[in-house]
Design a protein around this ligand. Structure first.
Ligand code: ATP
Length: 311
């Protein structure tokens, strides 16, 4: 295994800086940008470039054949949403190495699905989980351990153990939320088997902090950076990223849906799967897959119960 000290231009001191900034492993380094590395680790951009190039060599990141891509795709895991219909809609549950976004109006079930996934990711693979742990980035103070207790009980899982495997990070503003991703990298590098990262909700802080048209460009730039580092975690560590998002009214819409997801094209492009949640009659919810690289559009009906998400 290549150590940081084996890289060109990396002495003891630089290695320490790199470790402190969360770049302890080759893959993390190989997928960094020189700018990012130089800012976070406080090293010159020239050195950063060299270090990244060496890490890429060490990790053999170059062209890969379609065969390699397929092999990597075989590692993709799925996490059950709890309802069979919902799982079928997205070909077996939410995917690792991808970003899945759900959006919908208040009370449509976004946070409920987040809580469900925080538990189901811990199930064994045969039961729809990944035997893994979860990071829950909570931006609106919606995380409720009591809800986890109920869902864990429904799956007959030991509640205390389940709670121990959910790492809750309260993000106080968008800058804090962005920084949190570095912490997730550190957590994974320290050996925690994180297989799912939930951000509930992705846009709340961005939306509140950047008001007015003039700040939109900056907001989108920050958001892009945030999504990029989430995608990097997904790819580097074979993790599923699950984002919840709000909607805004489209008063000028005559056709189609009167609401749309916020976050603009930046988010639209970053999400591999986009699911629109709607409230139906008698407490039912409708999930509509609106964007996916290889699955057809479709819909399913599910229900939120005290035991969690069911058909
Ligand atoms: N223990 C429970 N048993 C049954 N249904 C529940 C339970 N807890 C919450 N719900 C249902 O979930 C709904 C709330 O869903 P959720 O909190 O996921 O909404 P959301 O889409 O995240 O909304 P917001 O944008 O306001 O955060 C409630 O309206 C309620 O119908």
């Amino acid at each position: 295994m290549v150590e940081l000290e084996d890289l060109p231009s990396v002495g003891e001191k630089t290695a320490e800086k790199l470790r402190d900034a969360g770049f302890a492993d080759m893959m993390r380094l190989a997928t960094a940008t020189p700018k990012e590395l130089s800012v976070k680790a406080e090293i010159g951009e020239g050195v950063a470039e060299k270090v990244i190039e060496a890490a890429r060599k060490a990790e053999n990141i170059d062209f890969e054949t379609a065969y390699d891509v397929l092999e990597r795709r075989k590692e993709v895991g799925h996490i059950s949403v709890g309802s069979k219909g919902f799982n079928d809609l997205i070909a077996g549950g939410i995917e690792t190495q991808a970003i899945t976004e759900v959006f919908g109006e208040f009370g449509s079930g976004k946070s409920q699905i987040s809580h469900e996934l925080a538990v189901t990711v811990q199930l064994p693979v045969e039961q729809g989980g990944l035997d893994g742990e979860c990071v829950f980035v909570d931006t609106e103070n919606t995380f409720r351990p009591e809800r986890i207790e109920q869902i864990a009980n429904a799956f007959e899982l030991p509640v205390d153990e389940v709670l121990q495997k959910i790492h809750v990070a309260r993000a106080f503003n968008s800058a804090h939320q962005i920084l949190m991703v570095d912490k997730i990298n550190e957590l994974i590098q320290s050996g925690t088997n994180v297989r799912l990262v939930i951000v509930d909700s992705l846009m709340a802080h961005f939306r509140a902090e950047y008001v007015g048209r003039e700040s939109l460009a900056v907001r989108q730039q920050k958001l892009n950076q945030h999504l990029h580092s989430l995608q990097q975690i997904a790819n580097t560590y074979n993790v599923a990223v699950f984002l919840t998002n709000q909607v805004q009214a489209k008063p000028d819409s005559f056709f189609g849906s009167p609401t749309k997801a916020i976050g603009g094209h930046v988010l639209g492009h970053a999400s591999t799967y986009r699911i629109w949640l709607k409230k139906g009659l008698a407490g039912k919810r409708i999930a509509r897959l609106v964007d996916s690289p290889h699955l057809p559009e479709g819909e399913c009906v599910f229900k939120i119960t005290s035991e969690g998400i069911v058909d």
